[in-house]
Write a protein that binds this ligand. Structure first.
Ligand code: NAD
Length: 364
């Protein structure tokens, strides 16, 4: 019985999580999966009740779960709290406690939404990329770091970019394993022509490919070339592997190919696994039944695929999303004339209907 800790969080996080749980329950019925959902307060909601964004008890539950499914945290009510008490610090604490070192960000352009991209339809239609970003190392965490005073009166800001063998090996294995489930192509991004650490990154990734994943096609790109190729020929990418800083940049660029925040799922995995949409709590539309639940529903599909090994169930969810879009159903964020505008809840009901009506018999 898969144990899932559900953290709806704040604002639209709660609305989109409700939709997602309904969909998972329907999937569970079709496939005889008895999900055990345990729902807890997180972020601002937890601050209001317990004075902290996440309690030790919830962290312990997260560690004991097969996966954590979270909505989003934050909002104006908690904005002026000291940094360590803010809702977002609960999220950072959770990632740290679960040693979530791999961030997975898919960027999929659905044919029905190809016109929402800022790039031409023929360039983006059919794009299906997974960016795997190293999340707990590299220049964002490297020591020494700081701003120091120099003898000549100037100041000097500095950071350290370093990766160890094991840090590169573990993130590379995550990326190769994902490539195995997809088109078996991996592009590793570096700057091996200038930085020793990235030269080391390249040789380590190559060694892992040669010794453990000979069936995966490996391509290396310098980061400056990669950002160009990603908008020039996005369809040729399958899985992209990058360190923390390059991955930060590349994953946002890949997201922009798709054109809408309400469509983007993500996961942070390591010792434990946290599944969360890319978007935040959207205080401007919270409580108005206007949120697009698709990012969250696709997030739950990622959980089925990457933590629970329920690939067929995940595919059914992804196909239901495609079909509601093809039928012209849209929430306000992706609406354009001639389409049918739906609220968050109603969009969830349409996806649920698609899954229930789907002809294919349950496979599990
Ligand atoms: P946001 O993602 O919440 O919203 C940005 C814009 O996109 C808003 O106009 C919003 O209405 C729209 N939007 C976002 N998701 C949508 C959806 N599913 N459907 C339709 N429209 C959607 O980012 P923000 O406004 O910068 O931040 C709001 C709060 O969320 C802040 O407190 C921020 O710190 C927090 N935040 C949390 C997370 C997280 O929990 N992982 C991520 C980002 C921001």
């Amino acid at each position: 019985m898969p144990k899932v800790l559900v953290l709806p969080g704040d604002g639209i996080g709660v609305e989109v999580t409700n939709v997602s749980i309904d969909i998972l329950n329907i999937i569970g019925e079709r496939h005889n999966i008895d999900f055990e959902f345990d729902t807890e307060l997180f972020g601002g909601a937890s601050i209001d009740e317990h004075g902290v964004p996440i309690t030790d008890e919830v962290i312990a539950k997260a560690k004991a779960s097969d996966a954590v499914l979270m909505g989003a945290v934050g909002g104006p009510k908690w904005e002026n709290l000291p940094h360590e008490n803010k809702p977002e610090s609960g999220l950072l604490a959770l990632r740290k406690e679960l040693d979530a070192f791999a961030n997975l960000r898919p960027a999929v352009v659905y044919p029905a939404l190809a016109d929402a991209s800022t790039l031409k339809r023929e360039v983006v239609e059919g794009v299906d990329i997974m960016v795997v970003r190293e999340l707990t190392g590299g220049i964002y965490f490297g020591q020494p770091r700081g701003i120091e005073k120099l003898e000549d009166g100037q100041e000097r800001g500095f950071n350290t970019l370093a990766y160890t063998t094991s840090e590169i090996e573990r993130i590379a294995r995550v990326a190769f394993d994902i490539a195995k489930k997809r088109k078996k192509r991996l592009t590793s991004i570096d700057k091996a022509n200038v930085l020793e650490v990235k030269q080391f990154w390249r040789t380590t990734v190559t060694r892992i490919q040669e010794t453990e994943y000979p069936d995966i096609e490996l391509e290396h790109l310098y980061v400056d070339n990669a950002v160009m190729q990603l908008i020039r020929r996005p369809k040729t990418f399958d899985v992209i592997l990058a360190g923390n800083m390059f991955g930060d940049i590349i994953s946002d660029e890949a997201a922009q190919l798709t054109g809408s925040l309400g469509m983007l799922p993500s996961a942070s995995i390591g010792e434990g696994a946290i599944y969360e949409p890319v978007h935040g709590s959207a205080p401007d539309i919270a409580g108005q039944n206007m949120a697009n639940p698709i990012a969250m529903v696709l997030t739950s599909a990622m959980m089925l695929k990457y933590s629970l090994n329920l690939d067929q169930a995940a595919r059914e969810i992804e196909e239901a999303v495609e079909r509601v879009l093809e039928k012209g159903f849209r929430t306000a964020d992706i609406y354009h004339e001639g389409m049918t505008k739906l609220g968050c809840k109603e969009m969830g009901e349409e996806m649920a209907r698609e899954i229930k009506n789907h002809k294919e018999a349950p496979l599990l």
